[in-house]
Design a protein. Sequence first.
Lengths: 595, 154
Amino acid sequence: MVRVRLTYRLAVPVLLSFSWILLVGGGAAKAAEDGQWTMPGKDYASTRYSGLDEINAKNAKGLHPVWTFSTGVLGGHQGQPLVVKNTMYVVTPYPNVLYAFDLSKEGYPLRWKYRPVVSPNAIGIACCGLINRGASYADGKIIFNLLDGHTVAVDAETGREVWMTKIADMSEGETTPMAPLVTKDRVIVGASGGEFGIYGWLKGLDLQTGKIVWTGRNLGPDAEVLAKPGVFNSHYDSDDTELASKSWPQDVWKEGGGPVWGWVSYDPDLDLLFYGAGNPGPYNTEQRPGDNKWTNSVLARRPSDGSLVWAYQFTPHDSWDYDAASVLIVVDQTIGGKARKVLVTFNKNGFQYTLDRATGEVLSAKPYVHVNWAKSVDLKTGRPAVDPAKETGASKGMVKNVCPSLEGGVSPVAPAAYSPRTGFFYTSINNLCMDFGATPVARIAGTPYIGAGTPYFLGPDSKNLGGFIAWDATTGKRVWESPEPFLAWSGALVTGGDVAFYGTLDGYFKSVDAKTGEVLSKFKVGSGVVGNPITYRGPDGKQYVAIYAGIGGDPDLFSGDVVSGDQTDVRPPSDFMKDIGRHTSQGGMVWIFGL
Amino acid sequence: MKSGHKLAAALPILALLATTSYVRSETPAEAPLPAIQPPSHIAAGHSTPPAGVLTNPYKGDADTAAAGAEAFASMNCDGCHGGGATGFAAPSLADGRWRYGDSEEEIFQSIYYGRPKGMPAFGGVMGADGTWILVTYLKSLPVPDNKTQSWETP
């Protein structure tokens, strides 16, 4: 067995065969592979790529479970563990227990666990199940969000709470399942609540004290959006002023949504944070005429003071709940013969966008699943060519056959990965469409503010509801697909051994050949997977892969009878995914696989 | 305090407590009755605490139930409990099963005062009358025949 302490690997043969690949962007990504996993997306660039290569396409057939742990929690186990030095950190969904496992001891016993007090009111305000998307490690602290609107920092050695800050207001419909990102001395956090009429924001906290340093709204007046003259520039607008208030009826932005429930990336060279804002509220478009900036948009901010530097709106005046919460992967690619610093994202709306990350200019936008709400995206204006027949609103009744569904071509819950070795992106996908019937709705603070019924059905792409694909963003083409009978809700991992990993809603954890998509191993992990695999080098020098099982989040909402823990909640099977309840039930587990 | 006297009669240990100032037997008349009867709870010593009795003025009325179906949407109940109350982020209310009791007064209490596992209190925006209209709708929903089995054996 060869164990190589890898430097970040760009082998010569790979450069020859994929000559259009340059380096993965972001200084952190270029560092030597240390075998840890210290932030949600592995690195600031959010590549979910690890240079570890002990597990490879030849030996992955031998992967088997080496350890499991029941979290004792039934919610949706989204997110991923962290591994820092010899400790694995696991944050559970509500009630947000933090476990610290000692990987250097037989059986990985707990060093400690941290049990915060989390208000049960969060159960009723979290739109989409009891979920948490993970923690970040920085400066000796494990930092994560409690569902009830608090961010906490816990001493990574002792398990003692260092600080706790209230960041969100549940009485306004805000909850906080997203994973913070730490850049220098700022902890970057946001709130969910696009279905509760929140006034969406991103906040920067002080890493040492937890104090809120700045709040940047995603919509509203420039002063609150932190769009300052001479700093902010919108590539597609000639007048940059008051874009996020003038694109709304007066004051409607105050309850216009724009949540932050996805992932945050960072480019240290440009000193820019990148994140996506979610949907405008309510779903009924007729209550919010205008583009509704910056909902369904990518925003680029300075971490130190939150200043907005640029923004781009993927889906103006959203008719379909197309949040832009998907991960924005920081890579450098050669496009049209030119080396470009870009962001690559698989938007809920079905297009894979490549943007210039210094300006927000769209360089390409190609459908990665079946898309019928727009024919294309005009690169000159940045606007989608919308099919008027697919526009929704209360006066239009039930608009039939919109693809993709509001769950997304891929759910933003499931972040993609990028391998600098193959040059491909890896992501779960869903072949799901919907009808969309909007209705008028009144906002009652602290209750849902939705205004639509949206039945789902299998899309036209194949007989399979889901899949896992490799994607070439330079050509806008699928390289291969590993089909899945049910929707796919797992994040992706790809490694220096050219193996990609993902889990399935019916409870399999799979490894596939990153070059061909051939399934190399699979194991039934007890509950549907909605989390994201990670890999690390253990104290014994061996490579391991970890994944959560534990169906929840949106899949609990639409899966019918996958709930067994509440005898007072019995549902008929899902109408578009009838059999899922035969294959899985709730239950949180941490799994570690090895050779 | 009425309840103190009744419990004291039932259990000698409480009779002892009742002689102390811990049980405020010196202020019987003004003490309000504690909330309402929880009929589905087990009463210690088979001794049901005296409490206010709530009665649904619209019990079983079909027109009220139809109005309640509209209120279920307009008060955003469907945003959590799903269209037709069949369950979404919050439990199904159409399965004949009730976490906090199936009596009309207990369902009233759940809506009016809220419940600790995330159910907001709607009494402030709906009032008692609006709450009874919703209760009447929920109690009108047909309970499925097969209440315990998810799949038929082929």
